[in-house]
Design a protein around this ligand. Structure first.
Ligand code: CJB
Length: 832
């Protein structure tokens, strides 16, 4: 900003405004121009990627007017900016979504066709930016869509990983990870802002001295300084004329050549520096719900938080010189604890670099920051070994100690003599090795703490953050997750979207409560048959892709029973398997058994180091091999593991589901968002009372939801009274039969040892109570089968599911964040 060159044009706030045509002819011209000028290709020699790039550039050009106008809001003192800090943004492919949101789909399709290509082909060319693991990263992406759609000035800040989440291959039934080279062919959606760059210090030590005025000054003498460079991606709101900003940081060496080293002949040393600096943003850690951390991950978290806060301070100073008012410029949301170093870093920037006193800095830090918790799994609560923290961030450790000292004073005043409470609430864990507890840091440094579904927030208050809740109950609130209906219906299920819009108009896209109007069509036979026609077409499309990717032929008439999500024991893919095995045995025993044909589809990645999850993938594939080739169940059961579940594949899978599997142990899934995508696309849910399932069931009606299993209270009680999974095995013949089959080597070519670890885990530990819920799950699945035989009634339930899912739009979630947490006014919708 300070090196802006003054020209006649720069005095106009809107700057140069080259309106670009969005008609077919203009698009056609623009694509050819980009092929020529950007890609330097002759049409006759252009590859599919060349055309994809040319089209994407043409689309991006047309997003820039709105974007540049939107960026202007950051300088408008009247508008608070939402800053969403997240280590993950699982965006999914841009092109299709941008065409939908900007309204350029038809023009682009026609232009592409006039060039002898198909839009479908070019859409397939895009490598999705998989900069996230699963639910948490995808939630961040849905929220960016809603922020822009609701015209709220916002910046998503994160990390530009060179390698995102790994690609999953299945070899011999096992997961094999390969590097995700999403940048291989170039990324037309980002703009590198080399002049927006910040230095980030790491390591070393601190020194204290008195400055000329006798004041105590603190100097942090790092051993390393790394540069973060901004890469900006425009996020189109749905027909809102607002384009949001996603700013991702890439790490670089401060000087790409260290000339001193170079001159001394240490050329390799100089290049090493560059390699080390660039390694910070090299790769996404592929664990969802992570365990004990690694130095590089801590460095990643600090790096992106520091760049983001420095950037926010720069923007704030364009508005006002008073950093005490920082909270009027920004509302900062920490997406889980990954960005929670922001609390200490903002304190450091304000106190050490901008000269604020501690109290003033603490006041503004707290009123700026808010924290969303996404998990109750104790092993997933981030904590950093103290020594590792001290080595990388010596100054931050001092700040954490000072925050802790003052905080524990408050705790002991509120609860005199309660040593146990002090130990639990301390930012430092001292029981067996010292750790910095990031959830405690985030909680202390925030004015608001929220869970992501009603049940999750209640459990949060009762369990992991109980002490914090008791001390400051007013800080806690719930914001149930939501998903964007733009990507997850309009883009991924155009057939359904068209049918809905023809029946009730288009308003539902931004006002999904209007979906309720569908209820009256649930009794209209011709509507129901159109509804079924759409679902069947989606199933046929998925069946074709399954054949292409796995070689398995599935029957689109069969019940598509789908579980797609990360593979984790708490999500209980193995419970699903036990059901499959039981059906298999029932049919073998009684070929006349009344079981409607089912296709079981699984998808999801396992963390590369999570042995049990990988073994579950192997077991799914092993069961598939046996079931799919057994003539006695031919035409009745099929099992498929759909490889490489990601956003792109999700867009194909959710619309094709009849049944959505949401079967986690109650109390373990914070919310779930796949559950929402399925139901919004007309699948019925079989699920436990967990996460957002509870609220989905409330909305769609209990008669339209297949409920089974223990609830969270019962789970806790059973665990407390001493859970013996072996007893369920002994007492339930069908369960025994299923487990014994796995144990006998039936699915492992006679190798009885292969699945032994999984079987032992179930029989002797079964932390997630799969055996306790087995019978209830089976009975519920029988109700599903019965219901599916009455196709008409099933379709009614399917329509009612969609009609009543309005609550789960991410627009509603974002409005709640605005009201309850960010104190950002909700602007009226843009008049279309
Ligand atoms: N979640 O994906 C993650 N990663 C984590 O580290 C912690 C939680 C998931 O976040 C989603 C968004 O809130 C939730 O819907 C999901 O239940 C939770 O597991």
């Amino acid at each position: 900003a300070n090196n802006t060159v003054k020209t006649a044009a720069s005095s106009q706030t809107q700057g140069h405004n080259p309106r670009r045509g969005v008609g077919t002819a203009a698009m056609n011209r623009a694509i050819l121009d980009h092929l020529h000028f950007t890609m330097a290709r002759l049409p006759a020699l252009a590859s599919r990627n060349d055309w994809y790039m040319a089209l994407s550039h043409a689309v991006r050009d047309r997003m820039l007017d709105d974007w540049l106008a939107s960026l202007h809001h950051f300088r408008n003192k009247e508008l608070k900016v939402v800053s969403y800090l997240s280590a993950e943004f699982l965006l999914g492919p841009h092109l299709g979504n941008n065409l939908i949101n900007t309204g350029m789909w038809d023009a682009a399709r026609d232009a592409v066709e006039s060039l002898g290509l198909t839009l479908e082909d070019l859409l397939r060319q895009e490598e999705e930016p998989g900069l996230g693991n699963g639910g948490l990263g995808r939630l961040a992406a849905c929220y960016l869509d809603s922020l822009a759609t609701l015209r709220i000035p916002s910046i998503g800040y994160g990390i530009r990983y060179e390698f995102g989440i790994f690609d999953q291959l299945i070899r011999d039934g096992w997961q094999v990870e390969t590097a995700d080279k999403w940048l291989k062919f170039g990324n037309p959606w980002e703009i590198c802002r080399s002049e927006i760059a910040y230095e980030v210090k790491m390591g070393g030590h601190t020194e204290y001295h008195h400055d000329a005025d006798g004041r105590l000054a603190i100097a942090w003498l790092p051993v390393k300084v790394i540069k973060g460079v901004a890469y900006d991606t425009p996020i189109a709101g749905y027909r809102s004329r607002i384009t949001g900003l996603l700013r991702l940081w890439k790490s670089e060496a401060v000087e790409s050549f260290n000339f001193q080293a170079f001159n001394a002949g240490e050329y390799y040393h100089a290049v090493d520096e560059k390699v080390v600096s660039e390694s910070i943003t090299k790769v996404l850690y592929p664990n969802d719900e992570p365990g004990v951390g690694k130095l590089l991950r801590l460095a990643q978290q600090y790096f992106f938080v520091s760049c983001s806060l420095q950037d926010m301070i720069r923007v704030h100073l364009l508005r006002s010189p008073r950093l005490e008012e920082f909270d009027q410029t920004f509302a900062v949301q920490m997406n889980d604890t990954h960005p929670s170093l922001a609390v200490a870093e903002l304190m450091r920037l304000l106190v050490d670099e901008h000269g604020l006193g501690w109290d003033a800095a603490w006041k503004v830090t707290r009123s700026t920051m808010a924290y969303t918790n996404h998990t109750l799994l104790p092993e997933a609560l981030e904590k950093w070994p103290l020594q590792l923290f001290a080595n990388l961030l010596p100054r931050h450790l001092e700040i954490v100690y000072e925050i802790n000292r003052r905080f524990l004073d408050e705790v002991s005043q509120a609860y005199p003599g309660d040593q146990a409470r002090l130990a639990r609430m301390s930012l430092i864990e001292e029981t067996g090795g010292k750790f910095v507890r990031m959830a405690n840091l985030a909680s202390v440094g925030s004015h608001a703490i929220n869970g992501v579904a009603h049940l999750h927030t209640e459990l949060l208050k009762e369990t992991v953050l109980a002490d914090f809740y008791q001390m400051t109950p007013g800080k806690f609130c719930n914001v149930t997750n939501g998903v964007t209906p733009r990507r997850w219906v309009l883009l991924s299920n155009p057939g359904l979207a068209r049918l809905i819009s023809e029946s009730i108009g288009e308003e539902w896209v931004t006002a999904p409560e209007k979906l309720r109007k569908l209820e009256r069509f649930a009794s209209d036979p011709s509507f129901l048959s159109a509804w079924r026609w759409v679902k069947d077409a989606n199933k046929r499309a998925l069946a074709a892709t399954i054949l292409e990717r796995t070689g398995v032929t599935v029957d689109p008439e069969s019940l598509f029973d789908i579980q797609v999500k990360r593979i984790h024991e708490y999500k209980r893919q193995h419970l699903n398997l036990l059901h499959i095995l039981t059906l298999y045995h029932r049919i073998k025993r009684d070929p006349g058994a009344q079981i409607p044909p089912r296709t079981f589809i699984f998808g999801g990645k396992a963390a590369p180091g999570y042995f049990m999850a990988k073994l579950i993938i192997k077991l799914i594939n092993s069961v598939a091999e046996v079931v799919n080739t057994d003539p006695e169940v031919a035409g009745r059961l099929k099992v498929v593991f759909f490889p490489d579940f990601n956003v792109t594949n999700g867009q194909l899978i959710y619309p094709a589901a009849d049944l959505s599997e949401q079967i986690s142990t109650s109390g373990k899934e914070a919310s779930g968002t796949g559950n929402m995508k399925f139901s919004l696309n007309g699948a019925l849910t079989i699920g436990t009372l967990d996460g957002a399932n509870v609220e989905i069931r409330e909305e769609v009606g209990e008669e339209n939801f297949f409920l089974f299993g223990l609830n969270a209270t019962e789970v806790q009680a059973l665990k407390k009274s001493g859970y013996h999974p072996g007893r369920f095995y002994e007492e339930d013949g069908e369960l025994r039969e299923a487990i014994d089959a796995v144990r006998s080597g039936l699915f492992s070519h006679g190798d009885a040892g292969l699945f032994q670890p999984l079987v032992d885990h179930l029989l002797y530990d079964d932390e997630y109570l799969a055996l306790a819920d087995y019978r209830s799950y089976l009975e519920c699945q029988e109700r599903v089968s019965t219901a599916f035989r009455q196709r008409e009634l099933w379709s009614v339930k399917s329509v009612l599911n969609v009609a009543r899912m309005g609550k789960f739009s991410s627009d509603r979630s974002i409005r709640e964040y605005c009201e309850k947490i960010w104190k950002v006014p909700i602007r009226p919708p843009f008049p279309h």
